[in-house]
Write a protein that binds this ligand. Structure first.
Ligand SMILES: [Zn+2]
Ligand SMILES: [Zn+2]
Length: 247
């Protein structure tokens, strides 16, 4: 760890000690108690979307989906390699700011309110009969250099509240990124195989139903590659939960 990072981490820990109860978005002294480190007003302005009115496959909100829990046009045309994806909301506004603090400062505490919200979403999905049969929770692994630079995988921090709600273990050690030798595949299938080979999956995922967790879904390419690697390793049913999605 570089001296700069060490001082940064120390400063962050010190700020947490001195100012333990400030809202992460507006520094109001009255956050929480739920979700942690977020005040009521900022929670209201987070732009959360209702999973009940989003496409169950890509997580996009109602405006872009068709009706209720029905698949949107794009997902009906080309089905992604997972059975369902739920996001807290679009990657903008307060949700975007929290995620940028988490990833780029990087401020680990910014995961606290998001982990609380993801756990609440998981609980309500479970109450509605979804996510009832998850065997295993896997955060999308970070590339090694990013993991070293940031010191933590934000997806793992976001998934922290899920095991308790879903009764399934969180196993960040069961998936790793591997450095690929650059090589251009010709067709789409070849490219997909190459992308999936960027992940090394523990053989114990065989036959298990996996919930993948990520911070932000942009093109969906990473999640698609991760899903491909999990399938190749014998995972049975894939679902995904993410904090945000670019619209
Ligand atoms: Zn606030
Ligand atoms: Zn969709």
């Amino acid at each position: 760890m570089s001296v700069g990072r060490l001082i940064g981490a120390f400063g962050e820990a010190l700020a947490d000690l001195l100012l333990p109860e400030l809202c992460l978005l507006c520094a109001s002294p009255e956050p929480g108690p739920w979700p942690r480190r977020l005040c009521r007003r900022c929670l209201g302005e987070l732009g959360l979307c209702d999973p009940a009115s989003s496409c169950p496959v890509c997580g996009l909100p109602a405006a872009m989906a068709t009706f209720g829990r029905r698949r949107c046009l794009a997902c009906r045309r080309r089905r992604p390699p997972w059975a369902g994806l739920v996001v807290l909301g679009p990657y903008q506004g307060g949700l975007g700011r929290l995620l940028r603090r988490l990833k780029y400062e990087p401020l680990r505490a910014a995961a606290l309110p998001l982990a609380d919200l993801l756990a609440a979403y998981a609980a309500s999905l479970r109450a509605a009969g979804e996510l009832v049969d998850v065997d295993l929770i896997l955060p999308v692994p970070l590339a090694r250099d990013r993991l070293l630079r940031r010191g933590f995988n934000q997806a793992t921090a976001l998934a922290a509240g899920l095991p308790q709600v879903l009764g399934a273990p969180l196993r960040p050690g069961w998936a790793r990124r591997v450095d690929l030798v650059h090589q251009v595949g010709r067709g789409r299938a070849a490219r997909r195989r190459l992308a999936a080979s960027a992940f090394q999956i523990d053989a114990r995922v065989m036959g298990r139903r996996v919930l993948m967790v990520d911070d932000v879904i942009t093109t969906g390419a990473t999640l698609t590659a991760f899903a491909g690697a999990l399938r190749a390793a014998g995972a049975r049913e894939l679902r995904a939960l993410a904090a945000a999605r670019t619209a």
